[in-house]
Structure formats: C-alpha cells, structure tokens
Design a protein around this ligand. Sequence first.
Ligand code: ADP
Ligand code: MG
Length: 356
Amino acid sequence: MTARNESTARELLRLDGVTVRFGTSGRPALDAVDLEVAAHEIVCVLGPSGSGKSTLLRVVAGLQQADAGQVLLEGSDQSGVPTHRRGVGLMFQDHQLFPQRDVAGNVAFGLRMRRASRADQDRTVAALLDLVGLPGAQRRAVASLSGGEQQRVALARALAPRPRLLMLDEPLGQLDRGLRERLVVELRRLFGDLGTTVLAVTHDQQEAFALADRVVVMQDGRIAQTGTPLEVWRRPATEFVARFLGFDNVVEATVQGEAAGTPWGKVPVPEGTPNGPCRLLVRPAGVRLTPAAEGLPATVTARTFRGSHVTLLLQPSGGPQVQAACALREAPEVGERVGIAFAAQDVVVLDAEPGA
Ligand code: ADP
Ligand code: MG
C-alpha cells in the first residue's frame, strides 16, 4: 500500500477556527472552519457554488486574509507570511498559461522565480512533461495545445517548484466529461507516485470521489461532513449532504424498534437505531422492486438510462416519489405498476442540520 494509507501520517496543514467575512453583514464566507490535511493526503473539498471552497484555498494560499482563526503549515502559523513564501502551489480553473511563452517557458516559470540554473530548469521541465504525459512538448506553442494538454501544462507548472502543498481549484472544470474522467485517474496516480499533498476543490462529486483519499463537504461556509469517499457515499451525515449527492429519498420518520413509520409505510432501519422522530434517507440501492401486490404499490413515472443501470422514479399512492436504481434488463416501463420494498442496510438516519 502507499504511504498515504499509513495512519501515522504527519500533519501538513491545519486550519483552526478560520473565519472570513466579506462586508459587515450576513453570513461569513468561511465560518470557524477546522480542517487538517496530512502529508501525502489528497483531500477534496466538495460543495455547491458559493459554499466557500475557493475562499478556503485562497486563505491557505495567503491571497485572502482570515478575520479570525489560524492557518498552520507544518505547525507554523502563516499569518503575515506572503503567498510566495508559503511553499504552496495553486492551479485555478482558468489556468491562464502565458500565451507568448512556449510550453517549457510556462512550466519553468516558478523555477525562474527561484533563480534555478538553466540546466536545472531544463531537467525539471523535461521530467515534469514526461510525468504529465507530454514528453518532448517543450517548444510547442501554448495556442497549439488542446484543452486537456493545456491543463497538463498548467499542472506541470504548478508542480515545478515542488510545493509542499498543491491546491487545485476546479482544476478540470472546463473540460468535457470523458477527458475529466481520464485526467482524474491520471492525477490520482501522479500524486500518489510523487507523494504530493493535495487540497483540491470541486462542485463535482464524481471528480471528488475519484480523486480524494478524504472528502470534505461544505455548506454555507461550514464543513457539513468529512470522511472517505465510501463513508460519505454510504452514510451522508445530513439531509443537505444526501441531497447534494443526489439522494432524494428523504422523509420524516418515527423509529420504533426495527422499523420506522414513514409516509411510505413501515421502513426497516439498521440495528441499534434509537427510537423517536428523525429524517430518514433510503439510498436508491436499497429500493427493491417487487410484484405490485407484495410491496408498497407504486407507478413508474420516469425511467432514465444511465449506461450501467437505469434510474426510476416511482410514485406511491401516499408519500413523496421514490428514486430507485435497477439493472437495465429488469427495468419496468413508465406507467407500469410495481411494488416497493426497502432494505435496511441502505437506510440512513440523518443528523439534524446545524442551525435548522
Ligand atoms: P465557492 O468557491 O464554493 O463557489 P466562494 O469561496 O467563491 O465559493 O464564495 C463564498 C461566498 O463568499 C459567496 O457567497 C461569495 O459570493 C462570497 N465572496 C467570495 N469572494 C468574495 C469577494 N471577493 N467579495 C465579496 N464576496 C465574496
Ligand atoms: Mg469557487
């Protein structure tokens, strides 16, 4: 296994109660955020537009001042330390390569700033271009590169000064989906090989889950949940996180023993769930179709082909619509009557939202 799976990892970045306000009224853009990133870890901050992701990166980079709290890199408080002395690399969505310079000129930018020798620059540039899959591209003009190639050059440029922390802000945001999916796999492998510590932000859950060792979900300037991609996917902490991940089977429920009373009737809950009222999520994987007479009767109202499976919207006679996923060959047609059964292992009792 790679180094990042060893739990003894050294802490590289810590945010302690970091608050950023724009203007004097309203909600802060970052609200007392605590976050730790271990050396060699890939952390992906995920959240809707306006939730504070870019502000978080900017405050770590020193491009934005915190109104309260501290940013520590390797244990040292960064207040008053200018961006270029923090040893962090930044890559933004609009990666802004220098159009008048060739590929090598772009990649070597940070090295020239550090007054590296010409031979060192050439060696590093060549090695980085190999790494990002553009061997020998030194003399190519930036304008002649495709979007994906430009992204790789921007990445090589950010990596060149060997930052102790690489920060990516929606790095693949402008590329089409196929290319993004490929690049994300390459990036993860590349960061693993280099042992790079990465703090990336994105609004795209697939990108975050594919890239990250750990995901941090932001909501209105606060951290709503952190965990491995699997933990967050399996057990979204709150209704906000569940809906952000696209899980919409959320209802009011009252747990009593092994089941909960809901608008859909009785739904089984995992063992040990405390009795009482709560919000309940049934992940689509836990919605099973049965013959109409056996489960909760419902009508298929929509059917969407997803490649590997089909998603269905089911309207029971009572209660909100139910999202289900099923194999293509088993998928009923729109208008068909089916029955619904719920599986306890995909039922999640949600925490109350902070401030709700
Ligand atoms: P995200 O990157 O998640 O989309 P941002 O960090 O850019 O979110 O923004 C968080 C909040 O702070 C938003 O409400 C945004 O409008 C506000 N904000 C960000 N930058 C500024 C700024 N320079 N001046 C005023 N408000 C800002
Ligand atoms: Mg942003």
